[in-house]
Ligand binder design. Structure first.
Ligand code: HEC
Ligand code: HEC
Ligand code: HEC
Ligand code: HEC
Length: 357
């Protein structure tokens, strides 16, 4: 489907009038991959309007620790295992420990590693200008028309923005780094975040839900909770239920994809354990139709098959991963958590949340 977004083409900060192109909405199939370096604008620019978010991020391991691990004593051995020489930040290591830009590297996992590359700037091909443009000279989001709102949100997503509503894409980015889906690396002893669980890992030091009130780090995204466009009834408890379920489904998807190409060795063992552990958790949630669908896709695989490796694995596990991913994407797009029934959500948090209001 093609939509014209002429009304969005000229945000108030833009000086030149560009021709008005239209673009295809991405509806399915595409998954977030490594961030598009050419279109990364950088956290400093976000800070102009998101000062508290940048403040919280600056104190997190993503800003303070992930990059420095590239100078860790074990780094040379990992680089050797991948045949990487030269500047590690600009190599494949930098995809997970930094944020690559067109001609430089941000020292850490930053805003656009999770929310998607936002450029090009001042163009309707990038969400940087689109995502906060309510209309000509409009600063109050409550005065935006509903039609404009809907088009703005659709255009932001179509240009690669993962907002707080896109839990599937956000979770996929976390897990694509934290499960370390790279056989050579893991077989060389590079760790994986074996305990990663989305709610716990997003609630602590990573939490930065300041959009509506920059002095309060809300328990869940303030925009997502706000009844203005969403209607009443959204709660943080329901948001966390949805996050937990989507997090587990995406974990299973990503792990099945790793298993599809694994050969016998440490990586396969780590991945096999992860699949078994996630399946145990998901079985407690089989009253949720999307979970039941995902489990049905995996049940087709003989459990003992996890221990044997062969040419058929790519298709066997790849097909199951596709089905699980489709279930995760569907529930992420359709549920606000209120329809999920009983879900036992962990209430620990990794690290301390910043500026806790
Ligand atoms: C010119 C000011 C401005 C700049 C610069 C800016 N933003 Fe925003 N951003 C906003 C406003 C205003 C909103 C609230 C939009 C709404 O009401 O839907 C917002 C919302 C968001 C949201 C939440 C969307 C949701 O529904 O969950 C994210 C994520 C975000 N911005 C990320 C970024 C990132 C990353 C950057 C830098 C690459 C950035 N923004 C730069 C003003 C800005
Ligand atoms: C681009 C890769 C990447 C993405 C995307 C990513 N992380 Fe991380 N994360 C890292 C690296 C690297 C570290 C540093 C590891 C360390 O602190 O030992 C880290 C550290 C963390 C830590 C601190 C862990 C600790 O042991 O103290 C938390 C919590 C965390 N990430 C949560 C998340 C969540 C939640 C998401 C998704 C919303 C996410 N991460 C997305 C790469 C990533
Ligand atoms: C797919 C994403 C990914 C890639 C690629 C990657 N890392 Fe990591 N790295 C991580 C994550 C996530 C962690 C934290 C794991 C955890 O929770 O302990 C980590 C941890 C580390 C550590 C800490 C080791 C320890 O024992 O505490 C070092 C050192 C490191 N990485 C170096 C590298 C180097 C060098 C490369 C490139 C050769 C690289 N990484 C590539 C994601 C990645
Ligand atoms: C590790 C991944 C990650 C990084 C890095 C990250 N975000 Fe987020 N962001 C998220 C997730 C996940 C949510 C939804 C959190 C939740 O549900 O509690 C979110 C929510 C938001 C929101 C909505 C908050 C609200 O109150 O509605 C804004 C705005 C935002 N991020 C901006 C930023 C900016 C600006 C940066 C860089 C300074 C940034 N984010 C860095 C993953 C990330």
């Amino acid at each position: 489907m093609m939509i014209a977004i002429a009304f969005l083409a000229v945000p108030s900060t833009t000086t030149s009038q560009a021709a008005v192109p239209s673009f295809a909405i991405v509806t399915s199939g595409t998954l977030p991959g490594a961030v598009d370096a050419a279109n990364v604008i950088g956290h400093e620019r976000c800070g102009k309007c998101h000062a508290s978010e940048v403040g919280a991020w600056s104190g997190s391991s993503h800003a303070k620790k992930s990059y420095n691990l590239l100078s860790h004593e074990k780094a040379p051995a990992f680089a050797k295992a991948l045949g990487v020489t030269g500047n590690l930040a600009q190599s494949v290591c930098g995809d997970c420990h930094a944020t690559k830009q067109a001609d430089t590297v941000i020292q850490g996992v930053s805003c656009e590693s999770c929310h998607g590359a936002s450029g090009p700037e001042r163009s309707i091909k990038g969400w940087f200008s689109i995502h906060s443009y309510y209309g000509k000279d409009l600063k109050d989001r409550k005065k935006e028309t509903e039609d404009h709102y809907k088009k703005r949100i659709a255009a932001s997503h179509a240009t690669g923005m993962n907002s707080s509503s896109h839990l599937y894409e956000l979770a996929k980015n976390c897990l694509s780094c934290h499960t370390v889906p790279n056989e050579k690396l893991v077989n060389a002893g590079h760790p994986t975040s074996s305990r990663f669980e989305l709610v716990e890992w997003a609630q602590g030091e990573v939490r930065h839900n300041f959009q509506i009130d920059q002095t309060v780090n809300a328990k869940s995204p303030s925009l997502w909770l706000d009844p203005h466009w969403n209607g009443k009834g959204r709660t943080s408890a329901n948001r966390k239920k949805l996050m937990y379920v989507v997090g587990q489904l995406v974990d299973l998807e990503v792990s099945l994809r790793s298993r599809a190409t694994a050969t016998e060795g440490d990586f396969a063992t780590v991945v096999g354990r992860r699949i078994s552990s996630v399946l145990r958790k998901l079985k407690k949630l089989d009253h949720i139709p999307a979970v039941a669908k995902a489990l049905a896709a995996v049940e087709k695989i003989d459990r003992t098959a996890l221990k044997t490796f062969g040419a058929g694995d790519k298709k066997l596990y790849g097909d199951a991963a596709d089905a699980v991913g489709a279930a995760a994407r569907a529930i992420s797009g359709s549920s606000d958590g209120s329809d999920l029934g009983e879900v036992d959500v962990p209430d620990d948090a990794v690290g301390e949340a910043f500026l806790d209001g």
